[in-house]
Design a protein around this ligand. Structure first.
Ligand code: ADP
Ligand code: ADP
Ligand code: ADP
Length: 213
């Protein structure tokens, strides 16, 4: 299965990717996670991406596309993959199309998670992530067993720099302008499946499994 997860920030893409990638045993490729890892390791890429991420803006297409192309060439992607948060612009989608056709393969489907703006804001402002392993929690909807501590690795939970109310508004605007046009792009290709992302995590996951079956 070669799947794209689309949807605004906070729609639950990362949460659902984790579950499905384990179940299908295919890699979860999150461009946001790649940038955050580079930032933690203070690489040139991380420092460059940070300038955009902190403002709620997209990292330039050429940088993101180069990273994803490299990643898709790794052997573990032969059995399939979940792309989470990529593509985010029509130009990125076109580059992905040519990369896949060079690899003589194609997309299985694009899952579009639909969630209302009020819910997105509640999810993003309450999101907490593990500083050490990147696992995602929510202060209300998915609290850790021990406050402030990651269930998986015991690392400290922090708020992402871009999950403040002001940056969240900007990211939602950027989504509307730059990423939403992809709904039409993939509808025209006949691969788009829209899922109600507003339900609770387990219900969304059941719908998701039904959709990719
Ligand atoms: P995305 O990757 O689309 O930005 P995340 O998976 O990180 O979204 O989810 C955003 C926040 O909302 C996280 O704090 C997560 O725990 C929480 N969350 C995810 N899915 C749901 C859901 N179905 N209901 C309530 N909260 C959710
Ligand atoms: P969320 O799902 O909560 O929006 P991500 O972790 O996917 O967050 O992305 C965080 C930030 O990383 C984005 O706001 C953007 O700056 C950058 N980013 C991630 N993926 C892309 C992409 N495909 N194109 C451009 N920028 C990206
Ligand atoms: P520049 O215009 O400064 O050369 P690039 O767009 O080539 O910027 O890339 C910005 C940074 O990201 C550079 O430090 C480059 O080494 C790094 N970079 C580019 N592609 C990748 C990749 N696939 N994996 C890791 N780092 C990358």
């Amino acid at each position: 299965m070669r799947i794209i997860f689309m949807g605004p920030p906070g729609a639950g893409k990362g949460t659902q990717s984790e579950k499905l990638s384990k179940e299908l045993d295919i890699p979860h490729i999150s461009t946001g996670d790649i940038f955050r890892k580079n930032l933690r390791e203070k690489t040139a890429l991380g420092l460059k991406a940070k300038q955009y991420m902190d403002k709620g803006l997209l990292v330039p297409d050429d940088i993101v596309v180069a990273i994803v192309k490299d990643r898709l060439r790794e052997p573990d992607c032969r059995k399939g993959f979940i792309l989470d948060g990529f593509p985010r612009t029509v130009a990125q989608a076109q580059s992905l199309d040519s990369a896949l056709s060079e690899m003589e393969t194609e997309l299985t489907c694009v899952i579009n998670f639909k969630v209302s703006k009020e819910e997105l804001i509640a999810r993003l402002t309450g999101r907490r992530v593990c500083k050490a392993c990147g696992a995602t929690f929510h202060v209300k909807y998915n609290p850790p067993k021990q406050q402030g501590i990651c269930d998986l690795c015991g690392g400290p939970l922090i708020q992402r720099d871009d999950d403040t109310e002001e940056t969240v508004e900007k990211r939602l605007d950027v989504y509307k302008k730059e990423t939403e046009p992809l709904i039409e792009y993939y509808t025209d290709k006949g691969v788009l499946i829209t899922i109600d992302g507003e339900k609770d995590v387990d219900e969304v996951y059941e719908d998701l499994k039904g959709a990719v079956r």
